[in-house]
Design a protein. Structure first.
Length: 202
């Protein structure tokens, strides 16, 4: 398989940007930080939006194809090929990771990577598709489980997260979860969720 196109990235803005980017930018502004790491930056679209908003941002992704597109699309920004089992490229005020953790066999590596990338007192904003009781019940009633959990796409979702399970993942790595934002669609049927967490200052 061509390692240059693991997830089939193009230069198109991801569809999740419609309901994620505004909230991520608000979290970034509210954090009071200046330096940002986009962990799992894909084609660089979110990193570029953060840069336009005035942040000093670096994007990291394990997909060489995505990084090539990011570098070509946003030549003024810094993008690096990097894997979560390795060390991050420095320490930052804020780490963002959007729609990444659901694709990972070893999500604890992402959580550890984000923790190591943050300065003490720094903020993490991590998003993933939302799964909660009412949404799961709606899937059952409407008979849409097979469509939602389809296996017919490359690089698909292999783990499905609730607020509780994602909180547990982060807390095990030393984070303190401080906020939750549901995004997209109606409340409790959200498309995705964003957890906000802090690395303890001491």
């Amino acid at each position: 398989m061509d390692k240059q196109a693991i997830y089939g990235w193009s230069d198109a803005i991801p569809h999740t940007a419609d309901y994620l980017t505004g909230s991520i930018l608000k979290v970034a502004r509210d954090s009071g930080g200046k330096t940002v790491l986009d962990a799992g930056c894909g084609n660089g679209s979110l990193a570029a939006q953060l840069a336009v908003a005035g942040f000093d941002v670096i994007g990291v992704d394990g997909d060489e194809g995505g990084i090539e597109i990011a570098r070509a699309s946003f030549p003024g920004l810094r993008f690096e090929v990097g894997r979560f089992e390795n060390s991050p490229p420095g320490m930052f005020d804020l780490v963002v990771s959007t729609e990444v953790v659901e694709h990972l066999y070893a999500p604890h590596e992402l959580a550890r990577y984000c923790f190591d990338a943050l300065k003490p007192g720094g903020t993490l904003a991590i998003s993933t598709p939302y799964h909660g009781y009412l949404k799961n019940l709606a899937f059952g009633i409407l008979g849409t489980w097979d469509r939602h959990f389809t296996v017919d796409w490359h690089g698909g979702h292999i783990k499905f997260w609730s607020k509780a399970t994602l909180t547990t993942l982060l807390e095990k790595q030393g984070f303190k979860v401080t906020g939750f934002i549901g995004v997209g669609r109606l409340p409790w049927l959200w498309k995705s969720m964003i957890l906000i967490a802090e690395k303890p200052a001491a």
